[in-house]
Design a protein around this ligand. Structure first.
Ligand SMILES: [Zn+2]
Length: 185
């Protein structure tokens, strides 16, 4: 994938889950021509991790792009109701295994593990998400062409279609309006 960079951009957290917000740190993910890296460099990642509520130990951001690349095909398969691709699945399971190994169990109930850094925290969050039968059916991918952002649909009827109604939702309304007005003229 080709990706341009906008290092100063703050990424909106719209997904309702840190793993999905993490997957959304590339804009226009499914359109190779527009695909844009939204978080680049340790300073931007540290800021993102803090906003997403993750531990931000310095010097531990290097593994994030690789982890994200393993998450995308797994989440796409989940949304498309297909088995996850083998390579991505193995890489993700390996990341989870390592994160568990490096995490420090905390002396509290319920038992929680303190991850060693943001990539490990996200791997453990991914394990929780992929193990949660209540959350899995709510994982959606924005219907905006080329958008590719994921979110948890917490709407009562399970009808959320867009990453943001003011963004992809607006564009879809504009397209429908354009099609209607063209049809009349
Ligand atoms: Zn969208």
């Amino acid at each position: 994938m080709t990706a341009t960079t906008t290092p100063e951009a703050d990424v909106p957290l719209i997904a309702g889950h840190p793993v999905l917000d993490f997957a959304n740190t590339v804009a226009w993910r499914t359109d190779p021509k527009r695909s844009t890296e939204r978080v680049t460099g340790p300073v931007a990642w540290r800021r993102w991790a803090a906003a997403a509520g993750l531990p931000a130990a310095p010097g531990t951001f290097a593994g994030l792009p690789a982890l994200r690349a393993t998450l995308w095909p797994v989440l796409d398969a989940l949304v498309d109701d297909e088995p996850p691709p083998e390579d991505a699945w193995h890489a993700l399971m390996e990341a989870i295994r390592r994160a568990r190994e490096h995490a420090t169990p905390q002396p509290v109930f319920p038992l929680t593990r303190r991850p060693s850094g943001p990539a490990d925290a996200l791997a453990l969050h991914a394990e929780e998400l992929l193990s949660d039968p209540a959350l899995l059916p709510r994982v959606r991918r924005c219907e905006g062409p080329g958008c590719g952002w994921f979110f948890l649909d917490r709407s009562r009827g399970g009808t959320r279609r867009w990453c943001s109604s003011g963004d992809c939702g607006n564009r879809a309304r504009a397209r429908r309006h354009y099609a209607r007005t063209r049809g009349r003229s």
